[in-house]
Design a protein around this ligand. Sequence first.
Ligand SMILES: Cc1cc2nc3c(=O)[nH]c(=O)nc-3n(C[C@H](O)[C@H](O)[C@H](O)COP(=O)(O)OP(=O)(O)OC[C@H]3O[C@@H](n4cnc5c(N)ncnc54)[C@H](O)[C@@H]3O)c2cc1C
Length: 485
Amino acid sequence: MAAWAAETVDGAMAECSNLGIPRVRADRPHTMAKARRRRKPSTLEKAALSRHCPGVMLMRNTEHHCDILVVGGGVAGLAAAVVMADLGFEVACVDAMPPEPTKAPALDGRTTALLQGAVRALSACGVWADCETESAPLNVMRIIDENGRRANAPLTTVFDSADVGEGPFGFNVPNAVLRQALMRRLRELANAHHIAPAKLSEIRYESTSVRATLEDGRVLTAALSIGADGKGSPCREAAGIRARRWTYGQTAMAFSVAHTRPHGNTSTEFHRPNGPLVLVPLPGNRSSVVWVERERGAAAFMNLDEDAFLRALAARTRNVLGDLTKVGPRFSYPVGSLLADRYAAHRLALVGESAHALPPIGAQGLNLGITDVTTLAEVLTDAWRQGCDIGAEEVLRSYERRRRPDVVARVIAVDALNRAVMTRFPPVQAARHLGLSLLDRFTPLKTALMRQGMVPVGEMPKMMRGEAIRPVRRLAQPSGTTGIS
Ligand SMILES: Cc1cc2nc3c(=O)[nH]c(=O)nc-3n(C[C@H](O)[C@H](O)[C@H](O)COP(=O)(O)OP(=O)(O)OC[C@H]3O[C@@H](n4cnc5c(N)ncnc54)[C@H](O)[C@@H]3O)c2cc1C
């Protein structure tokens, strides 16, 4: 049976005003119980019911309605679609890129160091089990500072997760593996529809719904849109939300390497004047590498043949992994930061890089994106239960209030760290060395910093704490057939 046919009705209804959120739609029935019993099935629902399958082919020049439209099917968008559908919302996720047919080993060369909270959230929605065997735990983080006078006698600071005592800091997973796991779960969810490749051409935020037109003429309407459409976010632009963007004249090269010495589940971050170079464990004697250089230098390294590239890398990694024997495909990314002025507007919530982007140092980017998604899930399920319109500005403001302090703090901290690593200004270098040596000697401070790095500023979302959120509707059993059209 399809998800909406098995819809449940929550018992106790609280007034939205308990949350400080006024009822938004005057035409809303007195209780959500009534509202949901009376609610006509959406076009997506009808189509799926008539076909007795979860997959829905969206016809051109027709209009389809769902609860939540996710624009962007990168890792943040897929995570948003899975989490919201897993909670019973009717979700459509539109992405301009085609879904990859196979588990491409190096789709974009990146891996993501996911902190424990993000791993808990992905476990809760049935995604993490597929990533486990292809990811490596991050037990120890080591910083080797070789800037300024430290070039020949670098200062090493070690952060051991055993000092915090809650298992590893997190796990390093290839983005390709994470994407496949998210897409597999999305296909399982009868109330989720992945529409790709399909490009959004126009989005309008109207009083009672959001209306999106795809380039091929299909129209989707929803109570809420989630903008997970990356740094250039068309959703953000259409809502008139400004974003501050800045760059550092750096390029990040991302790839994986095989090596002769075991990494011991230790991630090593070299702080060098041109930018950080980070080695992050993968299963076996393999590591993923993010090597940041000034733009021109990076272009020259990217053009080297494999042997020369490995020699250049070996010269910069102090033999910590022994001999480097093989390098995977290399990808490069401009390094920059982005901070949206607002994270939500009427019928739009931003998640992932449409709201914030940071240099690849300190493994914050997608972890922030997962915190966005799980916070939004909590806000939306609360609003739904209390009879509120999930796309209303007042609901979304509470999402923004919860996310903004954390995001601003992390963007500022990572920006400052990246600049401090790059600086050639001796007083700043000296201050950084002093800070690192103090940290190394003063364990309580180091432990506090490690804890701080792992949890968001403010309240940690329930899913990231390992607590369940009650779904808004009961889910249909997975059918195993595809929901991708
Ligand atoms: C080298 C490197 C290493 C990193 N390492 C880490 C790490 O260790 N830990 C960590 O937490 N983070 C890390 N990050 C950050 C992390 O990779 C990003 O935060 C994450 O990939 C961003 O995902 P996203 O889904 O927000 O954006 P994107 O991946 O940019 O996805 C946006 C999606 O929107 C779609 N889209 C755009 N416009 C349209 C349209 N008009 N219609 C339809 N679809 C559209 C695009 O097709 C795309 O699929 C790293 C980043 C880099 C560059």
